[in-house]
Ligand binder design. Structure first.
Ligand code: PLP
Length: 396
C-alpha cells in the first residue's frame, strides 16, 4: 500500500534570525525578563510592544503558556471562587482546565454544525446559570458569528475572554481575533502559529485588567520595565492587592518569537494555500463535508476539519484505520477512547454535571481533523487527498 511518509507534527526549523537572537541572549546570561542593564529594554518587553502593535491594542503581556494566559485573564477580570464560566463544548482540555485552575466552574455551551458556539444556547446558558464570564475558544481557527456572540454578552453583562490559540494572525470583519472581548489570549507553543516551545500572550485595552495581570504574572515591583502596560505611577493600589502567581516569559523565548511575529502574515498565506488545496480535494468527495467559511472570517488554516455526516460509526472507524495505514494520522473526535489530545467534554470528568449538548454530541461523532504543518507542499496535499479517497473507498 502506498504511504504518505512525512510527519504531521514536524514544524519548520527556526529561522537564522531567531537562532541568532537566541544566541545573543544566551551570550549575555540575562535570560530573566527583568534582568536588564542600563538602557536595555529586553526581548520580552519588546515582544509585548510589537505584539500589542500588531493587534492595535494598548497592552500586551507575555507569559508562561496559553493556558496560563487564560487563567490569568479570568483572575484579572475579577473571577471569584465558584463563579460559573461559560465555555464552548468543543474546545481543548487546557480551556476548562484554566477555568478550574482559576477557581471557576465551567458551564459548557452547545455548538452549531460549523463547530462554532451557538449564540442561542449561549443566551440560554447565561440565563440558567447567571454566569458573568464567557471564555470563547476559536477552536481549530473557526471564528463564529462575532456580532451575535457580542450581542448576547452585552445583553447579559458577560465579560468576554477570547481563546485565540488557533487564531493568532486571524481576523473577523477586519478586526483582529483577540480584540473582540476584554482580553485575548494566545499560545506560542510549538503546534500553534509562532513557536517558542511553550509560551503565551495576553492582550487587553483595559488598564486595570492589565495592571493586575502584570503583577499576577510575577512582576514583583518591576512593572516599570514593561513597554506595553499602563504607566508605572498608576500601579500604586494594584501592586498591594494583586497576588504574585509567577508565570513569566523569559528573554530567550521572546527572542525567538520576535522574528516569527514579523513573519506571521506570510505564514498565513502559506498555510491558507495548503488549506485551500486540501479543502478543494475534500469538497470533490460526496461523503465529505468541509466546514464552510464565513466571508467575514480571515482565518489561518493551520489545520482542517471535515464531517462525515452520512457514515455509520464503524465505517468512520474503518476510514480512520485506512488513513493511518496510509501514513495519515487523522484525529477523529468520535473515537470512544481519547488519544493524544482531548477535545471531548466527556474526557473531563472533574467538571460539574454538564447541560444537555445534543448538537456537540452529534457533530463530534462525525468530525475529523488534520494538521497542516508548513513543512508540506501543495503537491503533497493532493497526495494526502488521494490517499484519503482510497481509504474511503475501502471503508464504505
Ligand atoms: C494549545 C491550546 C491552548 C493552550 O495553550 P498552551 O500554550 O498549550 O497552554 C488553549 N486553547 C486551545 C484551543 C489550544 O489549542
Amino acid at each position: 500500500m502506498r504511504r504518505f511518509s512525512k510527519s504531521f507534527t514536524q514544524q519548520e526549523p527556526l529561522s537564522e534570525a531567531s537562532i541568532e537572537a537566541a544566541v545573543a541572549v544566551m551570550r549575555t546570561g540575562r535570560l530573566h525578563r527583568y534582568n536588564l542593564v542600563e538602557g536595555e529594554q529586553g526581548e520580552v518587553a519588546l515582544l509585548e510592544q510589537e505584539f500589542a502593535g500588531s493587534l492595535g491594542v494598548s497592552y500586551a503581556l507575555a507569559c508562561a503558556s496559553g493556558g496560563y494566559a487564560l487563567q490569568l485573564a479570568l483572575r484579572a477580570c475579577g473571577l471569584a471562587p465558584g463563579d460559573p464560566v461559560l465555555c464552548n463544548a468543543f474546545t481543548l482540555s487546557p480551556v476548562p482546565g484554566s477555568i478550574h485552575a482559576a477557581g471557576g466552574e465551567a458551564v459548557l455551551v452547545d455548538i452549531l454544525d460549523d463547530t462554532t458556539v451557538d449564540p442561542d444556547d449561549l443566551a440560554a446558558a447565561a440565563e440558567e446559570t447567571g454566569a458573568k464570564f464567557f471564555m470563547l475558544s476559536h477552536m481549530r481557527g473557526h471564528i463564529g458569528d462575532m456580532d451575535a456572540i457580542a450581542a448576547v454578552c452585552d445583553a447579559h453583562g458577560i465579560t468576554l475572554i477570547e481563546d485565540c490559540a488557533h487564531t493568532m494572525g486571524a481576523s473577523y470583519a477586519g478586526r483582529p481575533s483577540g480584540t473582540f472581548g476584554k482580553v485575548g489570549c494566545f499560545s506560542t507553543q510549538t503546534y500553534k502559529h509562532i513557536n517558542s516551545g511553550e509560551g503565551g500572550l495576553l492582550a487587553t485595552g483595559d488598564p486595570e485588567i492589565m495592571r493586575r495581570a502584570v503583577i499576577m504574572s510575577g512582576s514583583y515591583m518591576l512593572y516599570d520595565r514593561h513597554l506595553a502596560a499602563p504607566g508605572a505611577d498608576s500601579f500604586q493600589e494594584t501592586r498591594f492587592v494583586a497576588p504574585n502567581m509567577s508565570g513569566r516569559m523569559d528573554n530567550l523565548r521572546a527572542a525567538v518569537l520576535r522574528p516569527q511575529l514579523a513573519e506571521l502574515e506570510s505564514r498565513q498565506a502559506r498555510w491558507n494555500a495548503l488549506y485551500r488545496r486540501i479543502e478543494a480535494g475534500l469538497d470533490a468527495h460526496p461523503l465529505v463535508d468541509t466546514i464552510p467559511r464565513n466571508v467575514d472570517e480571515d482565518f489561518v488554516g493551520s489545520s482542517i476539519q471535515f464531517r462525515l455526516p452520512s457514515l455509520e460509526q464503524d465505517q468512520i472507524a474503518r476510514f480512520i484505520t485506512g488513513c493511518e495505514a496510509r501514513g495519515i494520522p487523522l484525529k477523529w473526535y468520535g473515537k470512544p477512547q481519547p488519544e493524544d489530545y482531548t477535545s471531548r467534554y466527556d474526557s473531563w470528568r472533574y467538571l460539574p454535571a454538564t447541560r444537555p449538548l445534543p448538537n456537540a454530541d452529534r457533530i463530534l461523532e462525525q468530525l475529523c481533523d488534520l494538521r497542516l504543518p508548513l513543512t508540506f507542499t501543495e503537491q503533497e496535499c493532493d497526495d494526502i487527498v488521494q490517499l484519503m479517497d482510497s481509504a474511503m473507498e475501502e471503508a464504505v
